[in-house]
Design a protein around this ligand. Structure first.
Ligand SMILES: NC(=O)c1ccc[n+]([C@@H]2O[C@H](COP(=O)([O-])OP(=O)(O)OC[C@H]3O[C@@H](n4cnc5c(N)ncnc54)[C@H](OP(=O)(O)O)[C@@H]3O)[C@@H](O)[C@H]2O)c1
Length: 234
C-alpha cells in the first residue's frame, strides 16, 4: 500500500451546491410567445433583469410592457448581445433559421434551449426526430461558439403566465456537456418558487426529454391538467 492509497479522499461535491445566479441578465428569444413570456415573467418576478426578444422590436416592447416587473423588450439580435443567458423559445419550425441568424450575437453566451420538436395529427402530438438528434444538438451544431444547454421543456406556459399562481411544483431537467453551465441553469430554475433544477445528462440525451412533451400533452388532454414532472428519490 502506498502513502497515496492511505490518503483520505476529498468529500464528493454536493450536487445541490449551485452558484449564485441572482445578478445574471436573462434574454428570451421568441419572448412574445406563451412560453417565452411565461419564463420572462417568472424570472423577472424572481428579481432578474429580463429582456424579451422578438423579430420585431415593437412587438417585444408591447409584450414587455404587459408583463411589467421591469421586463424590457428588444429585437432578437440586440437582446442576445445584452444578455448573459439566452433562453431559446421559438417554434421548432423557426429554430434553425433563428439560431443561424444570431450566431455572432450568441458567441460566448450560455444558451438554454427549451424547444420541443413535435408534430401534430388527428391522433395528437408525436415526437419528431431532428437530423442532429434533438433540438438542443441542432443548437450546439449551429452555435459552435456558444455554451448550449437544454431545459424548461416540461413547463406549462399557462401556469407560468398566471400571476395568481405563487408556486409551480415541478422539476426542471437540465442537460448539457459542461457541468458548470448546467449548474447555472439548475440554479436559475431554482429561482422560481416550487421549481428544482436537476442535472439530467449530456446533450446527446436531450431527445427523450424533448419528446416527453408529447406524452405530457396526452396527459393534459385526458385529465384537463397542466402536468409537470417530479423526479423521486433525489
Ligand atoms: N407553450 C408551452 O407550454 C411550452 C412549454 C415548454 C416548451 N415550449 C417550447 O417553447 C417554444 C415556444 O413555444 P410557444 O408556445 O411560446 O410558441 P409560439 O407562441 O408559437 O412562438 C413563440 C414566439 O416565437 C416567434 N416566432 C414564431 N414563429 C417563428 C419563426 N418561424 N421563426 C422565429 N421566431 C418565430 C414569435 O415571436 P415574434 O413574432 O415576436 O418574433 C412567437 O411569439 C416551442 O419550441 C415549444 O416547443 C413551449
Amino acid at each position: 500500500m502506498t502513502s497515496d492509497d492511505a490518503a483520505p479522499k476529498p468529500p464528493a461535491k454536493d450536487p445541490w451546491d449551485l452558484p449564485d445566479v441572482s445578478g445574471l441578465v436573462i434574454g428570451v428569444l421568441g419572448g412574445t410567445g406563451d412560453q417565452g413570456r411565461g419564463l420572462a415573467y417568472r424570472l423577472a418576478r424572481a428579481g432578474h433583469e429580463e429582456i424579451i426578444g422578438s423579430r420585431a422590436a415593437d412587438r417585444a416592447r408591447t409584450a414587455a410592457d404587459e408583463l411589467g416587473h421591469g421586463v424590457r423588450g428588444l429585437d432578437n439580435a440586440a437582446r442576445a448581445r445584452e444578455s448573459d443567458v439566452i433562453i431559446v423559445a421559438v417554434p421548432w419550425e423557426g429554430h434553425a433559421r433563428t439560431l443561424e441568424s444570431l450566431r455572432e450575437e450568441l458567441t460566448g453566451k450560455l444558451v438554454v434551449d427549451c424547444v420541443n420538436p413535435l408534430g401534430f395529427d388527428k391522433q395528437g402530438a408525436y415526437a419528431l426526430v431532428p437530423e442532429e438528434g434533438s433540438a438542443a444538438q441542432q443548437a450546439a451544431a449551429l452555435l459552435p461558439g456558444s455554451r448550449v444547454t437544454a431545459a424548461f421543456h416540461h413547463l406549462s406556459a399557462v401556469l407560468l403566465q398566471d400571476p395568481a399562481i405563487e408556486k409551480i411544483d415541478t422539476d426542471v431537467m437540465v442537460l448539457g456537456d459542461d457541468r458548470a453551465d448546467c449548474a447555472i441553469v439548475q440554479a436559475l430554475a431554482g429561482r422560481i418558487p416550487g421549481m428544482r433544477g436537476v442535472f439530467a445528462g449530456r446533450l446527446r440525451n436531450a431527445h427523450q426529454v424533448e419528446s416527453l412533451v408529447a406524452n405530457l400533452i396526452s396527459v393534459n388532454r385526458r385529465y384537463k391538467a397542466h402536468a409537470g414532472v417530479r423526479l423521486t428519490d433525489i
